[in-house]
Design a binder for this molecule. Structure first.
Ligand code: ES4
Ligand code: ZN
Length: 326
């Protein structure tokens, strides 16, 4: 397929990627053995078979379980290296990578363990392959405001390596406003802001993320389409949506890829991008996500070009660097 080859070779940016969600079953099993972590899987096949989700929570349970094998600095280096190698294969020249500190600090693994591992792998990819990347520190919204504030405090020595804060995990029942003070503090520290909203949650959560958390981007946001005035707001402000097609079908936000609303979102003038979210759990990296759109939607080359251009315009790159890629 010519369109698939064309988009695969285009330089692209990825803006919505959880590094813990790029942990492949092979690395998970080998780290489980290395650290004698007891997982309920006896083979790679059993891990893959378990990845049959019916909603966000059923995925998150296995995602946190998988992350429990990450223990020392080299584990985090390996994890980040493997993702950046995939970027190289997919022509992802820039990536904005989320990590969930609380998933690790809860287990007694601190910033001094995971940050050096992440940063070392990112510096290697930049120097050897010319790939740029930056980090987004994401708070777990099912945890308390107090825990998020403590996390911001714990990150103090590493802020030069952190560009933005994010908000992820169980959306329903944990509205953005729960983290109003955390995000205000992050803004004061000079950090940019993104938040998951409108994945499973209602359009009101997207309103809160923009109006209360003052986010630069919405992660997912596909349910924004249910509120015409919200769409108008996002279009006027050109607040990007980082959409994740394979994630949305795996977690049953849409029953089938042919029902995905990404083309309607584009049609309405929204700054939409394509992303992999948790590639190891959802069945593919960035090119696989573009390819799924080509396979199941009536998408043309111009729309694909727009999505790729949007990935740079919606990024935190400098205007000068954006111009280079646009
Ligand atoms: C996530 Cl797809 C998704 N949604 C919310 N939180 C997450 N953490 C990792 N992947
Ligand atoms: Zn996500």
């Amino acid at each position: 397929n010519k369109l698939k080859d064309w988009v695969a070779k285009l330089p692209k940016a990825e803006l919505h990627l959880h590094i813990e969600g790029s942990l492949e079953p092979e690395l998970m099993m080998s780290l489980a053995k290395k650290h004698a972590v007891d997982l309920p899987y006896s083979s790679i096949e059993e891990v893959i078979d378990a990845y049959d989700f019916h909603n966000l929570q059923s995925f998150l349970d296995l995602y946190y379980l998988g992350a429990s094998v990450l223990r020392d600095e080299d584990d985090f280096y390996q994890l980040m290296s493997a993702y950046l190698q995939k970027c190289r294969e997919d022509n992802v020249v820039h990536s904005e990578i989320m990590f969930d500190p609380q998933t690790h600090t809860e287990r007694g693994i601190g910033f001094d363990i995971f940050m050096p591992g992440f940063v070392r792998a990112m510096q290697y990819a930049e120097q050897e392959w010319g790939q740029s990347s930056l980090l987004i520190m994401s708070f777990l919204r099912h945890m308390s405001e107090e825990s998020a504030l403590q996390t911001l405090e714990d990150a103090k020595d590493f802020l030069p390596h952190i560009t933005a804060v994010g908000l992820d995990s169980s959306e329903l029942g944990n509205p953005p406003q729960k983290f109003a003070r955390v995000f205000a503090k992050a803004k004061d520290l000079g950090l940019k802001r993104v938040a998951h909203a409108g994945e499973e949650g209602p359009p009101d959560y997207v309103w809160e993320a923009t109006n209360i958390l003052d986010v630069h981007r919405i992660d997912h946001g596909v349910r924004s389409i249910e509120d015409a005035s919200l769409v108008e707001h996002l279009v006027n402000k050109q607040i990007p949506l980082t959409v994740c097609p394979l994630s949305n079908t795996k977690l049953k936000v849409f029953e089938h890829m042919s029902q995905h609303n990404i083309l309607e979102l584009l049609e309405q003038g929204l700054l939409v991008t394509v992303n992999a979210d948790d590639p190891s759990y959802f069945g593919g990296y960035l090119n696989d996500n573009y390819h799924a759109l080509i396979d199941h939607l009536d998408i043309c080359q111009e729309q694909l070009r727009q999505l790729v251009q949007n990935s740079f315009s919606a990024s935190f790159l400098s205007d000068e660097t954006k111009q280079h890629w646009l």
